[in-house]
Design a binder for this molecule. Structure first.
Ligand SMILES: [Zn+2]
Length: 66
């Protein structure tokens, strides 16, 4: 039995039917999880990469050209 790490709903995964690296989604909260290992069952939340935000904004120095 596999519980959703997010909302603890029974994901009802059958070890015979799943594969490592497969993505399963929780019907309850809609989160996607990648199956890392089957036994013990380890799930890793799949982070949706929608936008890359570069947090590197270089401070621009203003030159006083007097
Ligand atoms: Zn869930």
């Amino acid at each position: 039995m596999a519980l959703c790490p997010e909302c603890e709903t029974d994901l009802d995964l059958d070890e015979e039917e799943i594969e490592e690296g497969e993505i399963v989604s929780c019907p309850e909260c809609g989160m996607d999880f990648e199956i890392i290992t089957k036994s013990p069952l380890e799930l890793n939340p799949v982070e949706k990469l929608e936008d890359d935000d570069d947090a590197t904004t270089a401070d621009e120095e203003e030159e006083d050209g007097y």
